[in-house]
Each structure stands twice: as structure tokens, then as C-alpha cells.
Ligand binder design. Structure first.
Ligand code: NAG
Ligand code: NAG
Ligand code: NAG
Ligand code: NAG
Ligand code: NAG
Ligand code: NAG
Ligand code: NAG
Ligand code: NAG
Ligand code: NAG
Ligand code: NAG
Length: 659
């Protein structure tokens, strides 16, 4: 083990520097060129020239192609600088692919339910100069770009540039949060999650125009590659930046996806503006009965009980990080009407009876579904806390009583003691990953013993590629897996959470069919890049914000930086390092920076320190630790039963008992 003290102090010693910047995958310039040549077909001279900033020219001699590699998933608008062409009828085409599986000179990977996306064609026989398509032909994500010459002409190219258009309002590498541990894979996963969300953050004018939604059915058995047209020019939100579900597709605001993406963004880039624009677009679509949409515009209106609830979660999460009470108050009436709409499904059993099937593309969402009821219970806890903060005490009391009945009924009707898991509903033996993870997250469980039993039962189902979601067939859902990670931590099983991150996200980061930089939306339990809800594997998105759960889980639970009051006005520092022996992590809110550093082994801290903004207060929880927390200003607060309460914001460190 190497000495870590200098590293641990680095972010404090030099505030202007971005801590651990070497792990950040976002480019330092928005002007990109490829880093390598992946493949050459036909006769091409000096293909490598286009990978050098001032590299001379590449010549395509007749029908030929070169596939360039950007080294990681990127996004943006391509430009070709043509030197000369021997024929006025010469063309160059450009195709894109996130995965190496769909590299082709005939087509890009897919954004529609069937077929493959057509190449962008440039009539470069018109003469020398720079060729750039209209902005709506920006590609939301690709690692591989293939240039195709489809005529017998000889064509020389001076340059290939991509203008990086993702995260349009961000200074791309100015992260306000960081995470570092002694496990390199875990570190890389944290940063790949942060970068995935940057790719999914877009200029709202370049949203999904739903070009082929409904026009090519997934059951049409189209023989690939049929190529289909594509473009991105629908304005999906107000403002100048918004988060969406996926970079290549769907490029829409999806509230479910946000329940993972939002916290991972808040702890890394801190781009709360793009989150707010997305949430406001959902609240703009609220129906007169209080129902919120399944997705933002231009998606057609569908009722989804769970996604309705996710919009309400988004509101409370954003408030937790922004602390913007004026904004909360502005949307409070809409929030209350949203809660009331959800409560209108609660029947005589005490549980909500779900009649809308739309969810995250799992099946069997009807009846007294455990996932929906656990999420409702979670929302009611949030809602009570928000109501208290706005002094709506009687509303909070009413919600408290309904929540208590949900908890009792769910445990009476849906708990399966033999399996140590909740059943999906009363008429099935299926034990879902989503409902069981959410039951722990929502505190629907009645004891720590029960939560640990669920955590163990979920672990016993893991396969070689990760945690299955039987409620969606033979699927691994990195979305629901993100909630499972939180569940293991909340059941105080940090080793299980780390093992699942290494297994599932390690596979997603390292497999050669992936981008090695961003996280895929779903795949199969046998490791195939097939996502059961889709018939067209080329459509799967390799940069999906809902797959970034480890980023927030590591900051909030492994490092243990938890904001319990608006903007971090109150906090709890409660690390669960598992078998990590060092952690240095931080995040920022409008109140300032929150940071934690420690080293130790097997739950015994050798050093432990943290910093919180001066206008705040909070508690520290260090299981198995005895000692006193000492502030830089000389305050001393002993740990009593491993807890120190009511500490004021500042710089603190642990003085272990016996030192
Ligand atoms: C290049 O040729 C190989 C072998 O025929 C083929 O598998 C590959 O798809 C081609 N690459 C492109 C970009 O067309
Ligand atoms: C090359 O592709 C362009 C654009 O699709 C097409 O118009 C042209 O006919 C093609 N040329 C040949 C020789 O196939
Ligand atoms: C598509 O193919 C499947 C399997 O061959 C077949 O069952 C189905 O009827 C076909 N669908 C259409 C629309 O042709
Ligand atoms: C988007 O692009 C399509 C295809 O070129 C065009 O028909 C449509 O009018 C454009 N929409 C907007 C809002 O610009
Ligand atoms: C955009 O802002 C206007 C004015 O505040 C508002 O009426 C509208 O609902 C907003 N639309 C979206 C999609 O957020
Ligand atoms: C109950 O759950 C099972 C398993 O998910 C599902 O097949 C069934 O459709 C569900 N019942 C209802 C009414 O949705
Ligand atoms: C849920 O409501 C539907 C529609 O009213 C009804 O048919 C169904 O029996 C209810 N399910 C349960 C479990 O009560
Ligand atoms: C709620 O009540 C407390 C105590 O009276 C007061 O300090 C606080 O400003 C109130 N908050 C709001 C949002 O009205
Ligand atoms: C979870 O619920 C139990 C009662 O079942 C309660 O004692 C405990 O305080 C709750 N935990 C949290 C974090 O609210
Ligand atoms: C933690 O445990 C895993 C196995 O569960 C092991 O692969 C890893 O090397 C361990 N990490 C450290 C830092 O000890």
C-alpha cells in the first residue's frame, strides 16, 4: 500500500484544480478528431493523417472505406474538409456506431425500432472545401465513424472534425464533485457514469423528432440493413440545455430515468440547470386531474403510474441539491395534485391498484404491484418532509396515515417469507428486482433483518453478467440495478454493492462490444447485447443516464456524503467503505463543498476527516469506531454509540480513542 496523505490533501491545498481530473472522460476541447484507425477496406492512402491535428491528407482510391475510432463514445456534428476529387460525381458517406458490432459502410447503428440509420452523404464532387451537414444531423453518440467512398473517383480529405455538442452549457471538465478510492475499476466506473450523463445532456432544440415512431413496427421483420432517415430537431424543453434518457436515443425527457441520473449528475458535474429544464417540461404537461406524463414532448400521452411518481421524486431530489425554496413553492400546488392523483388508486386493502401497464418496459404492472406501491410509499415519505418544510403540517399528517397503511398491507399481502422477497402482486410467485430494491429504498421493510434477507436473496440470483430483472424476462437492467445497489447499502451490505458494481458495471465498462466509456441501457442475462423489450439490437443505447447508479451510490454511501436538508443545510456523513481502504470524495451545492477522506481496513479507520460548508449542520455515523471528532476551530464532539450529533459545518477529523 502506498502513502496516501499527500493525495488526500490535494483537493484542499489547491482549490482551483479539479481533483482527479485525469479520470474525467469529457474532452478538453469541443473540436474533436479521431484518435485511431480501426479498419480500412479497399485502397486508401495515409488513412492515419486524419488522426493527426495537422496531419496532411488521406486519399480514397475508388470504392473504399476507413473506420475511425474516437477512443470513447462522443457526440456531435461532423465536418469533412475535402482537398480534391477526380470526378464531379464523387460522394463521401459517413456512418456512425456506438458499439463495434454495428460498424458498417452501408449504415449507422439504429435509432428506430427496425432497420439501420442511413449514412450522411456529401456530394463532394462539387469541389474542394469544408462540408458540414445541418445541425439536425448531429449524431447523439458514437465511438466509431466510417467514411465511405462509393465511386471509382480518387478523393483526398484534409481533415475530419467533430464539433462536440453534448452538455452545451457545461465547462466540460469543471466537475464540482469527485471520487477516488484504492480500486481503479471503481474509480473509472464513477467517472464513466458522470460522462454518460454529460452525453445525455443536450441542446433542447436537438431532441427526438420521433421520425419513425409507429411507422416501422417492430414485428415487421424488416431484413437488415434497410436504411431509414433520421434527424434531431424537435424542441423538447425550454432553456438552453436539458437532460434526456439517452444520447443516441431517445433524446427525450423520461422521469423514470431521471430517478437515477439526477443524483449522479448532482454529485459529479452539478449541472442542476439541465435537470430543472427537464422537470419543468414534465410539469408543463400535467393534466387537470393531476396526472403527469410518461415522457416529455413529443412522445404521445400514455398513463404510467410509476413514471408519474418519478416526476415527483425528481422535484424533491432537485430541491435537496439546489435548496431553491422559491422554486419548490412555485411548483408545490402541482406537486400536491400529483400526490393526490397517485393516492386516488389506493383501494380498501390500503394498497394502490395499478391499472396502467406503462413502466420501464417490464411486464405485469397490474394490480397491487410491489414496485409501484414501494415507490408510492417512498414518495409519501418525501412528500411529508417537503410539506413540513413548507409548514403544511396537516397535509403531512394525512399522508403519514396513508403511508402507514401501505406499509402494513404490503407486508401482509405481498411478503413471501420463504423466499425472503416480496412477490410482484398477490397472484404470482415472481419476485421482482424492482419492487424488492424499492422496498428497501423506501423503508417499506419493517426491520433491518428483513432488509438484509432481501439483500441476500437478491445476491443469490446474480449471474455471470450481473443482477437479473425477472420482471422483464431474461434481462439485466442497469436501471433497476442502480436501485439494487442503493438497497444493498441501505441494508448495510456495502460489500454486496461493491461486488455488484465490479461485476455488472465492470462488464459494461470493459467488454469490447461496449464503448469503454459510457453505460448501455440494458442487455441479456447471457451477456448478449440484446435487450428483451427491443427487437432491433442495433437500437440499444450505449449511453443511458439510467445506467449511472454507481456514481451517486459511491458518493452517497461508500463515501457517505448525504444531504438531509435543502442544499445540504443538514447533512449526515455515514461512510460504508466495504473493502475499499481509501476514499477521497466530494460534491458541491449552492452552500459550498462537502468532502470526505479516510483510510483504513476492515472498517477500522486509520485517518478520517471531512469538510462541510459553514452555514450547515449534521451528524457523523462511524460504525465500530470509538473516538472524538475535533474541528479545526478546536471543538470536540465524542462519538456516542458510533454517532456524533449536531456538528456545525467546518473542517473536522477523527481522533481515535487511545490516541
Ligand atoms: C470491411 O470488410 C470486412 C470484410 O469484408 C467487413 O466485415 C467489414 O464490414 C467492412 N467494413 C466496413 C466499414 O464496411
Ligand atoms: C453514391 O451514393 C450517393 C448517395 O447515396 C448516390 O446518389 C450515388 O448514386 C452513389 N454512387 C454510386 C456509384 O453508387
Ligand atoms: C415475424 O417473424 C416471426 C418469426 O418468424 C413470425 O412469427 C411473425 O409472424 C413475423 N411477423 C410479421 C409481421 O411478419
Ligand atoms: C425537422 O426536420 C425535418 C426534416 O428535414 C423537417 O421536415 C421539419 O420541418 C423540421 N422541423 C423543425 C421544427 O424544424
Ligand atoms: C416554457 O415556458 C413557458 C413560459 O414560462 C411555459 O408556459 C411553458 O409551459 C414552458 N414549456 C416547457 C416545455 O417547459
Ligand atoms: C402479477 O404479476 C405477474 C408477474 O409479474 C404478471 O404476470 C401478472 O400480469 C401480474 N398481474 C397483473 C394483474 O398485472
Ligand atoms: C384493480 O382494478 C381493476 C379495475 O377496476 C379490477 O378489475 C381489478 O380486480 C383490481 N385488482 C385488484 C387486485 O383489486
Ligand atoms: C415555517 O415556520 C417556521 C416557524 O414558524 C418559519 O421559521 C419558517 O420560515 C416557515 N417556513 C415557510 C416556508 O413558511
Ligand atoms: C423505517 O421504518 C421503521 C419502522 O418499520 C422505523 O422504525 C424507522 O425509523 C424507519 N427508518 C427511516 C430511515 O425512516
Ligand atoms: C475487494 O473484494 C473483491 C472481491 O469481492 C476483490 O476483487 C478486490 O480486489 C478487493 N479490493 C480491495 C481493495 O481489497
Amino acid at each position: 500500500m502506498h502513502l496516501l496523505a499527500p493525495l488526500l490533501l490535494a483537493p484542499l491545498a489547491c482549490a482551483a484544480r479539479i481533483p482527479y481530473e485525469q479520470y474525467i472522460l469529457a474532452p478538453s476541447s469541443r473540436d474533436l478528431i479521431p484518435v485511431g484507425v480501426h479498419q480500412i477496406n479497399g485502397s486508401v492512402t495515409n488513412a492515419k493523417a486524419l488522426t493527426r491535428p495537422s496531419g496532411g491528407s488521406t486519399t480514397f482510391n475508388g470504392i473504399s472505406s476507413v473506420t475511425y475510432d474516437f477512443g470513447k463514445n462522443v457526440a456531435g456534428l461532423v465536418s469533412l474538409e475535402v482537398g480534391s476529387s477526380s470526378s464531379s460525381s464523387a460522394f463521401l458517406g459517413v456512418t456512425f456506431s456506438e458499439s463495434s458490432l454495428y460498424i458498417s459502410s452501408d449504415a449507422s447503428d439504429a435509432t428506430a425500432d427496425a432497420g439501420l440509420d442511413a449514412p450522411l452523404w456529401f456530394a463532394i464532387g462539387q469541389g474542394a472545401g469544408k462540408y458540414t451537414p445541418e445541425e439536425k444531423y448531429q449524431r447523439g453518440a458514437f465511438r466509431y465513424l466510417t467514411i465511405v467512398s462509393n465511386t471509382t473517383a480518387s478523393v483526398s480529405l484534409h481533415s475530419l472534425h467533430v464539433q462536440f455538442l453534448a452538455a452545451p452549457k457545461q465547462d466540460l471538465r469543471a466537475y464540482t464533485g469527485w471520487f477516488h478510492s484504492d480500486d481503479e475499476l471503481i474509480n473509472k466506473i464513477w467517472y464513466a457514469g458522470a460522462y454518460t450523463n454529460q452525453l445525455c445532456t443536450i441542446n433542447p432544440t436537438s431532441g427526438n423528432a420521433l421520425v419513425h415512431l409507429g411507422s416501422i413496427g417492430s414485428g415487421d421483420n424488416i431484413t437488415l440493413p434497410q436504411t431509414v432517415t433520421w434527424w434531431n430537431n424537435y424542441t423538447i424543453t425550454n432553456g438552453s440545455s436539458t437532460i434526456t434518457d439517452g444520447a443516441k436515443r431517445d433524446r427525450l425527457v423520461w422521469p423514470g430515468d431521471m430517478s437515477i441520473a439526477l443524483e449522479s449528475i448532482a454529485v459529479s458535474t452539478g449541472d442542476l440547470y439541465s435537470i430543472r429544464m427537464a422537470l419543468e417540461s414534465l410539469f408543463a404537461l400535467q393534466q387537470s386531474n393531476g396526472r403527469l406524463p410518461y415522457a416529455g414532448k413529443p412522445f404521445y400521452d400514455v398513463e404510467s403510474y410509476t413514471y408519474h411518481l418519478h416526476s415527483l421524486i425528481g422535484m424533491s431530489y432537485l430541491y435537496r441539491f439546489s435548496g431553491d425554496q422559491t422554486w419548490l413553492a412555485k411548483y408545490w400546488d402541482q406537486y400536491v395534485r400529483g400526490v393526490e392523483w397517485a393516492l386516488s388508486s389506493v383501494d380498501g386493502t390500503g394498497l394502490a391498484n395499478i391499472t396502467a401497464s406503462a413502466d420501464w418496459l417490464r411486464f405485469g404492472m397490474g394490480g397491487h404491484n410491489i414496485e409501484a406501491n414501494a415507490i408510492l410509499y417512498f414518495v409519501l415519505q418525501d412528500a411529508q418532509s417537503l410539506a413540513q418544510q413548507l409548514n403544511h403540517t396537516s397535509t403531512a399528517t394525512k399522508w403519514n396515515q396513508i403511508a402507514a397503511r401501505i406499509k402494513t398491507a404490503a407486508n401482509n399481502l405481498l411478503w413471501d417469507d420463504q423466499a425472503s422477497l416480496y412477490r410482484d402482486n398477490e397472484t404470482t410467485t415472481l419476485h421482482p428486482q424492482d419492487g424488492n430494491s424499492w422496498a428497501i429504498k423506501a423503508n417499506l421493510t419493517t426491520s433491518t433483518t428483513q432488509s438484509i434477507a432481501i439483500s441476500q436473496a437478491l445476491q443469490s440470483r446474480w449471474g455471470p453478467y450481473g443482477a437479473p430483472a425477472p420482471e422483464a424476462g431474461t434481462t439485466i437492467s442497469p436501471f433497476i440495478g442502480g436501485f439494487e445497489l442503493q438497497a444493498h447499502y441501505l441494508a448495510s451490505q456495502p460489500k454486496a454493492a461493491l461486488d455488484l458494481i465490479r461485476l455488472q458495471w465492470g462488464f459494461m465498462l470493459q467488454d469490447p462490444r461496449m464503448t469503454q466509456s459510457s453505460f448501455i441501457e440494458g442487455y441479456s442475462t447471457d451477456g448478449r447485447l440484446h435487450y428483451a423489450p427491443y427487437s432491433n439490437d442495433a437500437r440499444i443505447s450505449h449511453a443511458h443516464g439510467w445506467s449511472t447508479g454507481p456514481t451517486s451510490a459511491l458518493s452517497m454511501y461508500a463515501a457517505g456524503i448525504q444531504l438531509t436538508g435543502p442544499g445540504g443545510a443538514e447533512w449526515r456523513i455515514a461512510p460504508q467503505p466495504g473493502n475499499l481502504s481509501t476514499i477521497d470524495a466530494g460534491l458541491s451545492t449552492s452552500r459550498g463543498q462537502f468532502a470526505v477522506q479516510f483510510q483504513g481496513k476492515n472498517g477500522k479507520y486509520e485517518t478520517f476527516s471531512f469538510q462541510t460548508p459553514s452555514s450547515t449542520r449534521g451528524d457523523v455515523v462511524l460504525p465500530g469506531t470509538r473516538g472524538t471528532l475535533v474541528s479545526r476551530t478546536g471543538q470536540r464532539v465524542p462519538l456516542v454509540n458510533n454517532v456524533a450529533r449536531g456538528l456545525s459545518g467546518g473542517s473536522w477529523k477523527l481522533e481515535r480513542a487511545g490516541q
